[in-house]
Design a protein around this ligand. Sequence first.
Ligand SMILES: [Zn+2]
Length: 336
Amino acid sequence: MTEPIIEITIIDDLQNGAAYFSPLQNIPDYPCHVNFIGVENEDPLEKLKAAIATGPVPDIVLIDHVLDKTSGASGALLQRGGSLVPIMREHWTKCPILAITAEPSDCRKDVGSDNYEEVFDRQYLDVLARFIPSVVAGYRKATNIKTYDDLLKSIDVPETEKVAFFRALPDSLKIEDLYGSPRFVHDLYRWFREVFYEKAGFLYDAKWVALTMGVAESHFYDYAEQISSCVYNGIWADPSSSRWWKANLYSKIRSKCDNPNLSIQKAACRVFGIKDAVFSKCYSCEEIWPDTLAYMDESALSSERKAMHLHCSEPHPRRQGLPYYEEERVMLEATE
Ligand SMILES: [Zn+2]
């Protein structure tokens, strides 16, 4: 089956933008066409209006978040890509709009940044390129969600998780009358990417799966094939950053282990044939089989989390977690 061509519109005030975005021309298995709208020393609003009038209707828009090298009336006024989003939405109603920026993540929350579906880091353009087909296909699918049952199907929620999933869903996404509307699709995408896919809860990333299986993170992929049936394959699955259904992982381990009294790690190591030499170890006490992830200290929230035991860590004192999602934790201070 031939995949449809993905029409990508890019708006940027970058010089040589067309060359810069060439990785997007080579998305594996998906033919695409890039319409680059350069707005360096140009009026971005005028250029956008011209693109809306005469250009192709995009399947996805990538826009530079900081447009400070533009000119003209709107260039002087806007300065931020997010300000152009409302006019795009009027004309391109079924199209995800993603921002790209080199700004550090704590500087991205400003004028219009809530208008985008998501803000991506410029330096990971190749990662974004691999995710684009899933963003586009998922967006099309989401505009066709008309009932709660459609929503469950598109996320492929396991039977055992349906009650919890409904409870954990934000109220704004429970109003069926709004399903399929542009506002619903936007809110669904943001919640999906910021909470459901991002935070360990219903879905686990490789770090959490490795913890559950009792295997060191560096050896996780030696055993990942054995749990391929637990991989999340629903809407907006990201091939650069896989997730696994926690419930399916647990039930797979428990159903294959004849002793229900074993810890989950012990059971998993038996079931998957994981050897002592590659057991996971706690970053704090260095004993085997840590059971959570924790930051090294309270201030290092953006830093990488390490595998630790629950008793080697404590809940973060200022971060309140979400029900159904794993707690934010920090390492306990070492005591003499
Ligand atoms: Zn420990």
